[in-house]
Write a protein that binds this ligand. Structure first.
Ligand code: TRP
Length: 340
């Protein structure tokens, strides 16, 4: 049995991801890969943050499917529900309760200067909702409810983590110690560019390769990728340092990067050869994921069972934390009233 109780010896990792459906290699290199490797060293809690998604979603039509497909990819990529808690944020509603309590110790001025908030205001001026301002408070509640100490995230989330530390510090000093201060753990891969070589790899830019993609689709997608624009004919020497295909080779063909760079510079290989090689490397790297994905799909209800177990485990931790919070805050606890 895993020890997710209070006297845990191992530090707890908490991370969340918005439900974005099928995952791509940018998600894998930037986040999932890291989550998988942390499982052996920490008590990990991985959460599908569906409530956070509501701050920007225009419709929830695809929400259920997106949750399912994302969790399927997590499992395919090696998130192991025997080792980690995998659950959906809204299944443990105490997070919204803690969010409300935290909102009373968070000055509005802290929230208004968060860079992601300012960006969102620019991106969706027609929908600057109350939840959007509170986004980092809800994120703090996520981490704190499960007493997360280590939070693997990308660089863009650092201001949120800074704020999370300030909020729990304020809570602890007002009411007494309850929450450890969460530390960010940066993922080892910086930004993964999309096939256009310009923007971050993302579904919305349609410049991505899904981790569940079959080999033929990987090849077709890689073939559309932009390479070194200065290389117009096969006989032109290439510049691997500015080529996005080469960047991807570094991830997927690490054992041959020197050779590829050399051959590209002396026009020993052309872009088509180079892309075919990359498609091959990506395909073989993702082969075990495709197999595991198929095995998971073959077990009816497996994803649902994983999420149900995850919610039960998360629930137990959440109950304990909320009791502690209410005790420290001197709220009158309903659970301590006589049963009538
Ligand atoms: N804000 C994170 C993102 O957009 C998602 C998130 C929500 C999260 N709650 C979290 C990440 C708690 C880490 C910990 O990527």
């Amino acid at each position: 049995m895993l020890n997710f109780g209070n006297n845990q010896m191992t530090q707890r990792v908490f991370s969340g991801f918005r439900p974005t459906g099928k995952q791509h290699i940018g998600n894998y290199l930037g986040a999932i890969q890291n989550w998988v490797s942390l499982q052996d060293e920490y008590d990990c809690v991985y959460c599908v943050v569906d409530i956070h998604a509501l701050t920007t979603l225009e419709t929830t039509e695809a929400l259920r499917e997106d949750i399912y497909e994302m969790v399927l990819d997590w499992l395919a990529a090696g998130i192991d529900p025997e080792k980690s808690i995998v659950f959906v944020q809204s299944h443990v509603p105490q997070v919204m309760e803690l969010h409300t309590l935290f909102s009373m110790v968070t000055p509005l001025s802290w929230l208004l200067r968060v860079p992601t908030f300012k960006e969102k205001v620019k991106m969706q001026p027609h929908n600057v909702n109350y939840g959007l301002v509170g986004y980092p408070v809800l994120m703090t509640a996520d981490i704190a409810l499960y007493k997360g100490e280590v939070v693997p995230v990308g660089e863009d989330q650092l201001p949120h983590l800074e704020l999370a530390r300030e909020i729990v510090r304020r809570f602890n000093s007002l009411y007494g110690f309850v929450f450890p201060e969460p530390q960010a753990k940066l993922t080892s891969f910086p930004l993964v560019l999309g096939l256009d070589g310009v923007q971050k790899m993302s579904k919305s830019c349609n410049n991505h390769i899904e981790i569940a993609a079959p080999p033929q689709e990987i090849l077709e997608r890689v073939m559309t990728a932009v390479t070194d624009p200065a290389r117009r004919y096969r006989s032109d020497p290439g510049h691997p340092d500015i080529c996005n295909i080469f960047r991807l080779h570094k991830f997927f063909t690490p054992e041959r990067v020197d050779e590829i760079a050399r051959e590209c510079r002396r026009s020993g290989i052309g872009c088509v050869d180079c892309k075919q090689m990359l498609a091959q490397s990506i395909s073989s790297a993702l082969e075990p994921f495709r197999q595991r994905r198929a095995a998971v799909i073959a077990k009816p209800n497996y994803v649902a069972e994983v999420l149900a177990d995850g919610a039960n485990q998360a629930d137990a931790i959440a109950k304990e934390t909320m009791e502690e919070v209410k005790e420290k805050m001197k709220l009158l606890q309903r659970a301590k009233l006589p049963v009538r």
